[in-house]
Design a binder for this molecule. Structure first.
Ligand code: G6Q
Length: 546
């Protein structure tokens, strides 16, 4: 099935032709109810999507498209544990990890909730022991530093959350993330640490990932310079599906926290992969994160499509990608502590929907996932916003705006918020030639000089954005926000008829490096690859060994 053949898609195509020159500025001028019409709340989170190139009819047509692909059916299939990850034959149940209602969720006839709850209880006991000093390092000292060793889904989510909930961090305990196999990452982290008070969390769903195992082995060697083999049990714990490999590495499986194959890496921060979060900010705050995500899950599962935040955000993305031809989506949080939020979203979206094959294996001819990028405001304004305002591409922006800061300076926060709002307003309104002319005249410019400068100062406007606004970045709100984007990605995958839950492109990377590694050993030149790769390998050997 291709969405291009769906009547509702074709109807949207015609609608696009009618609407492509319509001006948001005019729509706002004509309709004072536009904000009310185009906002959705999920309790204390508000999405304002009024600054988009849409009319009431656009939304009706997008919803009709969602109905035509059986969006509600797909949502239900995911929540109820059907094996919708068809290429790996797996259910997709990150929602069960934060199923605070505890209602049974069945996979192959078995309720997964008892196992989910058992691991949460194990995490709680362990975190409490570390926090209250019942779990001590080999020399009897309290743990002061946690190093998470993991990569991709076993790193980005927990690292982003730990940054974002810094105000909730437990005093006396720091958390560090080592992901890159570039030895600089591990070395510069360990340089600051004391082995007597450092706990390593080796986080790998498969426990076969080269980068993570290499870093874990080097971390253990570093540790063993100061301690003995029997001390490893007090300083190394693992999160994995693979007990055998964990034991083979030398970690006591009593110190292993289980995850399951129905949790995708990029959706795993809600599982024991979130252990560094719970260690950093306490299990109570980790559970608050789960509570917020669960609230968004309920919203997604039960709200009608027209009032459903992930559905509307997903459909707006489809509108720009498939009809306006947008290729990228910026996510710009006006919160310094969300600096890593766009990176997590980048993996979530690009790994899930970066696909050119549909569910049934046919190559597809329409655009799927966009390039996701962004950095915190206001910094981005002084860098790439130029292109968003005056470049030749249409780049939809999500502005993420917490109203209150955790930090005391009210003046900073007002300036930050004013900037965020000003950007979305300017993108929508632009600045036309008459307005620029009036400004230049006021500045005393006239004649040729005025005419020469004028076109450069015109802003086309009509550039779309969403604003997500909330009172404060609490753990619950963070959970809600991440779950919102997870479901948005799911909505788009359903429209495009792709499996958003496999990642063969990532698997390819894992195989390729393993094949080249032996060729880099000292010895005679090799000639087994294409001329570029062969020459680069031989150059590397020359530079390393001669
Ligand atoms: C995520 C991806 C990928 C994965 C890493 C780490 O969805 O599959 O980013 O998380 O490759 O894998 P392991 O956790 O198995 O080490």
């Amino acid at each position: 099935m291709t969405p291009l053949n769906i009547t509702e898609w074709q109807s949207l195509q015609r609608h696009y032709s009618d609407l492509k020159y319509a001006s948001m500025r005019e729509e706002f001028a004509l309709d004072s109810g536009r904000f009310d019409r185009f906002t959705i709340r999920c309790s204390d989170l508000l999405l304002d999507y009024s600054k988009n190139r849409i009319t009431k009819e656009t939304i009706e047509k997008l919803i009709a498209l969602a109905n035509a692909v059986d969006m509600s059916g797909w949502i239900e299939r995911m929540f109820s544990g059907e094996a919708i990850n068809n290429t790996e034959g797996r259910a997709v149940l990150h929602t069960a990890l934060r199923n605070r209602s505890n209602a049974p969720v069945m996979v192959n006839g078995k309720d997964v909730m008892p196992a989910v709850n058992a691991v949460l209880a194990q995490m709680k006991t362990f975190c409490n022991q570390v926090h209250n000093g019942d779990w001590l390092g080999f020399s009897g000292k309290k743990i002061t530093d946690v190093v998470n060793v993991g990569i991709g889904g076993s790193d980005l989510g927990p690292a982003m959350i730990c940054d974002a909930i810094e105000p909730y961090g437990i005093e006396g305990l720091s958390v560090h993330f080592v992901s890159n196999v570039d030895g600089t990452d591990l070395s510069t982290t360990l340089d600051k640490l004391n082995p007597e008070t450092t706990l390593f969390v080796i986080a790998s769903k498969t426990f076969t990932t080269q980068e993570t195992l290499t870093n874990a082995e080097s971390a253990r060697s570093w540790f063993l310079k100061s301690a003995s083999q029997q001390d490893v049990a007090k300083h190394f714990v693992a999160v994995s599906t693979n007990a055998e490999a964990v034991a083979a590495f030398g970690i006591d499986t009593d110190n292993m926290f289980e995850i399951w194959d129905w949790v995708g890496g990029r959706y795993s921060l809600w599982s024991a992969i979130g252990l560094p979060i719970a260690l950093y900010a306490g299990m109570e705050n980790f559970e608050r994160l789960l509570d917020g995500a669960h609230e968004m899950d309920n919203h997604f599962r039960h709200q009608p499509l027209t009032e459903n935040m992930p559905v509307i955000m997903g459909l707006l993305g489809v509108w720009y990608i498939n009809f306006f031809g947008s290729q990228t989506q910026a996510i710009v949080p006006y919160d310094h502590s969300l600096a890593r939020f766009p990176s997590h979203m980048q993996q979530l979206d690009m790994e899930s929907n970066g696909k050119v094959t549909n569910r049934t294996g046919q190559r597809i001819s329409y655009k799927t996932g966009p390039v996701i990028w962004g950095t915190p405001g206001t910094n981005g304004q002084h860098a790439y916003f130029q292109l968003i305002h005056q470049g030749t591409q249409l780049i939809p922006v999500d502005f993420v705006l917490p109203v209150n800061s955790h930090y005391p300076d009210v003046d900073h926060q007002s300036i930050l918020l004013a900037n965020g709002l000003a950007q979305s307003e300017a993108l929508m309104k632009g600045k036309n030639a008459e307005e620029v002319r009036a400004e230049l005249v006021k500045e005393g410019l006239e004649g040729e000089a005025l005419e020469a400068l004028l076109p450069h100062k015109v802003f086309p406007g009509n550039r779309p954005s969403n604003t997500l606004i909330f009172a404060k970045l609490t753990p619950e709100m963070l959970g809600k926000l991440v779950a919102l984007y997870e479901h948005k990605v799911f909505v788009q995958g359903a429209i495009w008829n792709i499996n958003s839950f496999d990642q063969w492109g990532v698997e390819l990377g894992k195989q390729l490096a393993k094949a080249i590694l032996p060729d880099l050993k000292e010895g005679a030149d090799i000639s087994t690859h294409d001329s570029s790769t062969t020459s680069l390998i031989n150059l590397i050997k020359e530079l390393r060994f001669n």
